[in-house]
Design a protein around this ligand. Structure first.
Ligand code: B16
Ligand code: MG
Length: 217
């Protein structure tokens, strides 16, 4: 039986991708790289340093490690200015009702995000009190599709992977869930998230009853 739900952050609970894009685009401009919204799709769910590597790849550039870390710092400083302005109004549709329903049923809730700013974002949007555990970019060494972030989440909650459902919007995140032998609800388009057990466009149709159906899969 399902005892826990593990949520990705960006693209599932909130849309921070718009702020990541803004900050990365500005940084790319200073490097003379034309970084488009289409390119930004490739950054979803991947770590900060890996994001910069992808942008440099797009521009056909390479930089020494030290300089890359400095640029990541610079991007993050700018990104955090937008995060500081976030409010609960930016929580995606269906999220709060679903989290409340899970709490009422005693189903545990954890975060499994690549972001090192996850805790801050949960605070700004007032989602933090719903979470029994937070596993994010500060706690993992292997990014998605490695299942580390979700396996650590299950461990922190004291449940087995088979008792978990993961909610993910990124292909690599869905893969991470499946690599961890967990059920996965894809949030986005079925044509994209082909490995997910079921795909929803957002969390508005999610309920404890839907979870129980998923259990039969
Ligand atoms: P940070 P998620 C991911 O969040 C974003 O989708 C990805 O674009 C970003 O690069 C990554 O977090 C790292 O974020 O720079 O804040 O550490 O989808 O895993 O919740
Ligand atoms: Mg995501």
């Amino acid at each position: 039986t399902i005892k826990a739900c593990l949520f990705d952050l960006d693209g599932v609970l909130v849309d921070t991708a718009v702020y990541h894009f803004k900050a990365w685009r500005r940084l790319a401009q200073t490097l003379g790289i034309d970084f488009t919204e289409h390119d930004n799709e490739r950054l979803k769910g991947v770590s900060r340093v890996r994001s910069l590597e992808i942008i440099l790849e797009i521009g056909g550039q390479t930089l020494p490690q030290e300089q890359m870390l400095a640029l990541c710092e610079q991007k993050n400083t700018e990104y955090l200015l937008d995060v500081a302005q976030m409010t609960p109004e930016e929580i995606l549709p269906g999220v709060v009702d679903f989290l409340k329903a899970l709490k009422a049923e005693g189903i545990k809730i954890a975060l499994g995000s690549a972001s090192k700013n996850a805790q801050l974002i949960l605070e700004r949007t007032q989602l933090l009190p719903y979470f029994d555990a937070i596993i994010d970019g500060r706690h993992v060494t292997n990014g998605k599709p490695d299942p580390e972030v979700f396996l650590k989440g299950a461990e922190a909650l004291g449940v087995t992977p088979q008792e978990c459902v993961v909610f993910e919007d990124a292909v690599a995140g869905v893969e991470a869930a499946k690599n961890g032998d967990m059920l996965c609800v894809g949030v986005g388009q079925p044509e994209v998230l082909t490995q997910a057990d079921v795909v929803e466009k957002d969390l508005t149709q999610m309920s404890v009853a839907r979870l129980r159906e998923l259990e039969q899969k």
